[in-house]
Every structure is written in structure tokens, then in C-alpha cells.
Design a protein around this ligand. Structure first.
Ligand SMILES: [Zn+2]
Length: 336
């Protein structure tokens, strides 16, 4: 029997400043459960990918659920986050791609020394920190008589990827993901100021016809807009023509914007005004300021709705992962 990993031990210090970024900010699973699609392609058996490494049942995780740390295997943990992060009715290949992203992200995080927010656990159930977690009991209560079929669907999609991780230079990658992109994903360097070769901008096929709330609008009074901005940047000067035009980054999102003579990033504007993404336009309209926003999430890495769309088009989970994580290979994880 292979040696189990105990993830409380910080294995290698990759010491990325990015380490503690949460993986996603998406949770389309909060939306209404749709009926499972009929006759989607069966998950590809893991044997075909031939990972040489640890199986999910051999990896032990400390999971912070509420205030309690529970120890469980990766095989027990992954279905709960896949069904927490995606609708169980998503295509099987998309659910499998999510499983690989989650597994990879956790191992990356552990190898990087864990998250300072919860040193007592490897992961937590807060989607604002780690990943959304829907326990089997919660899923049962939520899905009622559909529980058996839907949870089995998720478990099968996870099992099809048993032990597989996305690797770059033979190391697990920072496999971040988000809910939906505005046509293309964002380059890591444009969001978090660190460049990773596998997190570049790629096309993403989802759109308003397949994503709930793909377009959103946020309107506030000029006074409120200015007050929010001035609280963060008191030096802003709102005399004259104070609202500039957004400057796009490589993916078409807002790279920067000048307000009252102060230039800030699109990411900061998103934070300040609670926008769903940095893919936005902004305009003064009468006494109001209106943002029009596309997609949801930070935009880096795998788009979950994009993954589902690619799966609908016939792509395998392996192809989906290699679509969103440029230049990665898929293989097993060996305890270094
Ligand atoms: Zn966490």
C-alpha cells in the first residue's frame, strides 16, 4: 500500500504570495438545480489517463467545516466541493474537470505551506477562501428525491479522475477557476500581479444563452460613487471631467481606469463597487453612474460555465483542462 499523505505537513515551500488566494468565487450550485441531462457521455475511465501516483482514497485531508476540523480522504472531500461549486446537472466532463482542478489546487496549496487563515486545516468550507462545500447530508436535503441520481453522477465524475492532477514542470499548478468569463479568461498577471505561464488569456465559449445573470447592471448616484471612491482615495479631484475611459487589458477586461485624476486597476474598481467581474463599462448617465458587467468571477483559469459549454461540444475533461490551463500535462501525484 502506498504511503498516505498527511497534508498538515507543509511539504515544500513554494512561497508564492498567491498561495492563499481562494480558488474560485463562483458557486453556480447556489442556483436552481436543473434536471440531469439525458445520456451524456460516460466519464472517461481513469485507467486511460494512467496516473502513476496516489489514489484519492490514499490522501488524507483536514477540512474545516464551520468551527470543526474533520479528517477525511480526498475521495470523500472532492464530491462535496464539486457539488458545492457546480450544478450536479452539469455535463460529466465538466464535473470531472472541476474535480481535477480542486484536487490540484489543494495539493498546490499544501505544498505552498497552507493558508494562514486556517493553519489547523488544509482547506475550509468558505467559498470566499477555499471552495464551496456541500456535504452529502446538505445535498440530500437540497435535492430531495433527486439526491441518489445526482450525487451518484458527481461521485462517478470524480472517480473517473481518481488521483489525476494538472502539472506544469511536473508540479501541481495553481488551478484557480471562476464562474464565467466575458468571452476570454484573464491573464493571471493582469489580476494578481504575478505571471504564471499556464494562466494566460484563452477564449471561453459561454454566453448569455447558457449562463444565468451573464450580464448585470449596477447603478448608483454620482454622490455615492464619488463617496465610495474618495473613501479609498481622498486625493481624488471631482471637479471637471472626472470619469475617464477604461483601458483594456489583454483579455478585454478593464486593466485600469482614471477617476478624479487617480488611476486604479479594474480589480480595485470591482472590489470597491462589488461588481461581478472586471469585464465592465462605466458611464455617467444624468445624476447616476452605471456599470454594465459581463460574466462572474476573477476570470483567471478555468471558467466553470465555459467548461460545461466545451463539454456540450464534445470535449473530454482532459481537453477542457488543457484548454484553460495552458501547457499543462495530466498525471498522478507522488508524495515528494
Ligand atoms: Zn480556506
Amino acid at each position: 500500500m502506498k504511503e498516505s499523505i498527511t497534508v498538515g505537513l507543509a511539504l515544500t515551500a513554494l512561497l508564492f504570495a498567491l498561495t492563499w488566494l481562494h480558488a474560485g468565487e463562483s458557486a453556480p450550485a447556489d442556483e436552481e438545480v436543473q434536471p440531469a441531462p439525458a445520456a451524456t457521455a460516460a466519464p472517461t475511465p481513469a485507467e486511460e489517463t494512467a496516473p502513476v501516483g496516489l489514489h484519492d482514497a490514499e490522501m488524507s485531508l483536514r477540512v474545516l467545516i464551520g468551527d470543526t476540523v474533520e479528517t477525511m480522504t480526498m475521495a470523500e472531500y472532492l464530491p462535496c466541493v464539486v457539488q458545492g461549486e457546480m450544478l450536479p446537472s452539469f455535463e460529466a466532463a465538466a464535473l470531472s474537470a472541476q474535480a481535477v482542478a480542486e484536487r490540484t489546487y489543494i495539493l498546490y496549496q499544501i505544498r505552498s505551506g497552507g493558508k494562514p487563515r486556517h493553519p489547523q486545516a488544509d482547506v475550509c468550507d468558505d467559498p470566499g477562501c477555499c471552495s464551496a462545500y456541500l456535504s452529502q447530508a446538505e445535498a440530500k436535503a437540497k435535492w430531495g428525491d433527486q439526491y441518489e441520481a445526482l450525487s451518484q453522477r458527481v461521485k462517478d465524475a470524480v472517480a473517473a479522475t481518481d488521483g489525476v492532477v494538472a502539472l506544469y514542470d511536473n508540479q501541481p499548478i495553481m488551478a484557480v477557476f471562476h464562474s464565467s468569463s466575458g468571452g476570454a479568461t484573464a491573464r493571471c498577471a493582469d489580476v494578481w500581479a504575478a505571471d504564471l505561464p499556464y494562466l494566460v488569456s484563452v477564449e471561453s465559449p459561454e454566453g448569455a444563452d447558457t449562463v444565468p445573470n451573464y450580464y448585470s447592471v449596477k447603478t448608483l448616484s454620482e454622490a455615492d460613487f464619488r463617496a465610495t471612491f474618495a473613501a479609498a482615495h481622498p486625493e481624488a479631484d471631482f471637479s471637471g471631467d472626472w470619469l475617464g475611459s477604461p483601458v483594456a487589458d489583454a483579455s478585454g477586461r478593464v486593466g485600469s481606469l482614471t477617476v478624479g485624476g487617480v488611476t486604479v486597476s479594474g480589480a480595485e474598481m470591482r472590489r470597491l463597487y462589488g461588481l461581478r467581474s472586471t469585464a465592465f463599462t462605466v458611464a455617467r448617465e444624468g445624476e447616476s453612474v452605471t456599470f454594465r458587467v459581463t460574466g462572474y468571477g476573477h476570470g483567471v483559469g478555468m471558467s466553470q460555465y465555459g467548461a460545461n459549454e466545451l463539454a456540450r461540444q464534445g470535449k473530454t475533461w482532459q481537453e477542457i483542462l488543457q484548454w484553460y490551463y495552458t501547457g499543462v500535462t495530466l498525471g498522478g501525484y507522488t508524495n515528494p
